[in-house]
Design a protein around this ligand. Structure first.
Ligand SMILES: [Zn+2]
Ligand SMILES: [Zn+2]
Length: 269
C-alpha cells in the first residue's frame, strides 16, 4: 500500500516538474538567457556580503560569531551569511526556489554558501602556511581563538533546518535540505537530514518582531537522534532574519549534547 502511495506521489512530482518546465522555461533570472537559472555573467555580478557580523548588534567581525555581550542571549554560536536579501538576484532566486518550486536553483545558491565558507576557512589556512616556517606565537594565539567548528572543520555535522510536514507536503522538498546536501558533498562532511524535526507549524515568522519570533518558535523542534557527544554542527537554511529559528534549533541540539552550533545561510533578510 505504502509502495503504491509512494509511486503516486512520485508520478505527481514528475508531472509537476514537467508542468513547471512548461510555464517556467529555464532561463536566467537576471538576463532571460535560455538554458540556465543563473548564467555565469549574472552570477558573477551578485555582491556577496563583504564582512561577517554579530547578528544581534551588527558589529562587524571576521567569524560571524556573537560578540561577548550579545552571546549571553543565544544558544547559537554565530551565523555565516553569504549575501544580503536586498541583492535582487538573490531574493529572486530564493523566491523562485521556494515559491515556484524551482529546485534546480539550489545548486546555484549553494555555490554562494561555498564561497562564503571558503572565506571563513581561509582564516584557518593562515596557520598551515606559517607552520612550514615554524609556529609563530602570534599565529598560535590567533588560531587558539578560532572556534572548533572552523579549526576542525572536517568533523562538523551538517543539518538542514527542517520544514514542518505540512509545509513539506505543500512544497514537495525542503530547500534547506537541497542546499545542505550540496555543501556536505563539496566538503565531504557528514549530513543528518532526518533526526532534527519540526514538530509544530507555528504562525509565519515574517510579520513578527524579534521578541515575538523567539516566543513563536519555542518548542517547534525536536532531536530524535542519540546523544551528539560534543559534535559541532553547521545548520543550513536559505534565509536568516533575527536568527530565532536557528537559535531554537541550536538550543535543542545543545540540549542533546552538541558542541558548537553555527548557522550557514544564503542571505540575511
Ligand atoms: Zn544572466
Ligand atoms: Zn553583538
Amino acid at each position: 500500500m505504502d509502495f503504491i502511495f509512494f509511486n503516486i506521489i512520485k508520478s505527481a512530482k514528475k508531472f509537476r516538474a514537467l508542468f513547471l518546465d512548461l510555464i517556467f522555461p529555464i532561463e536566467c533570472l537576471g538576463c532571460d538567457r535560455e538554458g540556465e537559472w543563473l548564467c555565469d555573467k549574472c552570477y558573477k555580478e551578485i555582491k556577496l556580503k563583504p564582512k561577517q557580523y554579530c547578528l544581534h548588534c551588527k558589529k562587524e567581525n571576521d567569524l560571524g560569531d556573537f560578540c561577548a555581550p550579545c552571546k549571553i542571549i543565544y544558544d547559537l554560536d554565530g551565523v555565516w551569511i553569504a549575501a544580503l536579501y536586498d541583492e535582487v538576484l538573490i531574493s529572486q532566486a530564493i523566491k523562485s526556489l521556494k515559491y515556484h518550486f524551482i529546485s534546480g536553483l539550489a545548486g546555484e545558491l549553494s555555490k554562494l554558501l561555498i564561497v562564503c565558507l571558503n572565506k571563513i576557512l581561509e582564516q584557518r589556512r593562515i596557520l598551515k602556511s606559517s607552520l612550514i616556517d615554524g609556529v609563530d606565537w602570534r599565529i598560535f594565539k590567533q588560531t587558539k581563538n578560532l572556534p572548533l567548528a572552523i579549526l576542525n572543520f572536517s568533523d562538523n555535522l551538517i543539518i538542514p533546518v527542517p520544514l514542518s510536514k505540512k509545509r513539506w507536503r505543500w512544497r514537495g522538498f525542503n530547500q534547506a535540505e537541497l542546499l545542505a546536501k550540496e555543501v556536505a558533498e563539496k566538503y565531504d562532511l557528514a549530513i543528518d537530514k532526518s533526526n532534527l524535526i519540526r514538530i509544530k507549524h507555528k504562525k509565519p515568522q515574517a510579520k513578527l518582531n524579534e521578541i515575538h519570533r523567539l516566543e513563536n518558535i519555542k518548542g517547534c523542534f525536536n532531536w530524535q537522534g542519540g546523544n551528539l557527544n560534543k559534535k559541532n554542527i553547521i545548520l543550513i537554511d536559505d534565509v536568516v532574519t533575527t536568527g530565532a529559528t536557528l537559535n531554537e534549533c541550536a538550543k535543542v541540539l545543545k540540549a542533546n549534547g552538541a558542541g558548537e552550533v553555527w548557522g550557514l545561510v544564503v542571505a540575511k533578510g
